[in-house]
Unconditional design. Structure first.
Length: 236
């Protein structure tokens, strides 16, 4: 019906990684990534407030998400969407905690605590070298139409994250990691798109989080820097 030709269609999903050929060094890739997301502008901010909406694909639309961050390592995130209910989690620089409809729990498990500390690192998503014990350039791959560099990020605890950077813009396309949902860690595949500049720093305003049986679509509506945040926001 479409010209009479048959044959398989290649699906570029980032799972095939080419390790041969000429590749840049890890330091070269990290330097270009840091420059792409904002470089020196990052050192001008000490707090961040992010607000957006959450759609649970195939289930509900119009949920809300709010995240408040204070350098060097405090975070509080609230998600409210059907059927998740209202979930909060945070780290106050010392203690990690979660709040679900069942109540508040302090995080004791070392792996859970390491995950929330990683999310609380104010500059960690930008300054990758300081936030990870080891970074390896796995090779070159392709996601959709984009050529991507594949980085494996090994933190002090837990499995490595895999980050895919656009080989042209050096902005992240996808991240394979684990994330805190309620009081459990779940594998999550995150797609990042619609990059916009706020005060000289680039952020993805469209974020898709695939957690196996559930996918969340987060649309960022507002990002503000250097706002005054009540310290109680980070407490359990």
């Amino acid at each position: 019906m479409l010209g009479g030709e048959t044959g398989s269609i290649a699906i570029n999903d980032g799972r095939t990684v080419q390790t041969s050929g000429s590749l840049p060094s890890v330091d070269e890739v990290l330097a270009k990534y840091l420059a792409a997301v904002g470089g020196p502008a990052l050192d001008t901010i000490r707090s961040r407030a992010v607000k957006g909406t959450v759609d649970v694909v195939g289930v509900s639309r119009g949920g809300v998400i709010e995240t408040y961050e204070q350098a060097p390592n405090m975070v509080s995130t609230m998600i409210e969407a059907h059927p998740l209910g209202k979930i909060r989690f945070g780290f106050n620089g010392r203690t990690g905690w979660t709040q679900t409809p069942a109540g508040v729990k302090l995080i004791k498990d070392p792996e859970l605590l390491a995950a929330i500390k990683r999310e609380a690192d104010f500059y960690g998503q930008f300054k990758l070298k300081g936030a990870n014990q080891k970074i390896t350039l796995a090779g070159l791959s392709k996601i959709g139409y984009r050529d991507v560099y594949v980085l494996d990020l090994q933190s002090a605890k837990g499995p490595p994250d895999r980050l895919y950077l656009d080989a042209q813009t050096y902005l992240p396309v996808r991240s394979n990691t684990v994330s805190l949902r309620g009081d459990v860690l779940v594998p999550v595949e995150i797609y990042l798109d619609d990059w916009r500049e706020v005060d000289g720093i680039k952020y993805p305003f469209s974020i898709s989080q695939n957690m196996g049986r559930r996918t969340l679509l987060v649309t960022i509506k507002e990002i503000k820097h250097n706002v005054s945040i009540d310290p109680k926001m980070f407490e359990p």
